[in-house]
Design a protein. Sequence first.
Length: 282
Amino acid sequence: MMSSIEAKIVKYIWRFDPINILILLIYIGYELDEIFFCSHFTCSSQSRLIEGIEFQNNPKKVVITLNLGLLGGQSLLPDYFFKLVKNGTIDAQKFVKFFGYFDDRVLRRLLLAVYPEFDEITFQSWEVRKRTAVRTLRLNSTITLHWLFQLVFPELQVRVEKCSLQKTFDLGSPILGKAHLGFQSIFGKIKHVPVLGKRITLITDEDEFNNEPWPREIENRFEKLICPLFTSADLYIEIWLIIRTQHTWLSLKQNSYLGYENILGGDEFQYRRIRIFTGHLN
């Protein structure tokens, strides 16, 4: 007997696409080996991708019928076979059962090629595979950094530019009679050296994101999603957040157009600039 969630899946299966139904089935406890695929035996094109779904208990498995594959309307099999089925030369049930064996393999490999995150044979860890692929890129490139930060912060405008940053060296305290000034030691102990780096500017019109201040949200995403990618990179960056405030004054006066000239004191744009991070990624 089907559970309530399985009954709802059967009722609304026409609303799903393959990736959604796979995610849902795995979430409710089905393994990928317990999910089977077959094609809808028809000679005409259908209006939906998933034709139906069947839950079985003994043994536990799910059969998803797709309007794709060897028995579908766009089948790669010659019409000769379907004509033999139609005139009764070949038994329809045996024909479906025979090609259904290959259908499951073909459709499974097709879906795993489209959604490789489910292919545990080729990619045992999809997250590791993605991070490895990203590391093959030039992460110190301006274009790559812009692409990466825009991917992590789609809600914000991103600007990346080259800049000169300060690298700090702690040379230790000079020892009288042993230290050579200008070689290993200096007066003041700390030495600042200019290095080539990247300045990343994130621009927003809002103070918060889901009731969380944008600076804190940026720090969380930066530490969780970006920093792990730079374990083997050598890059100096600084990250700034610009918040363009929308709270302004209205100026009501003669020859003034409400809604167009609404900023008190002229056309100066108001904004806040917040430093998020400055340092070396390696």
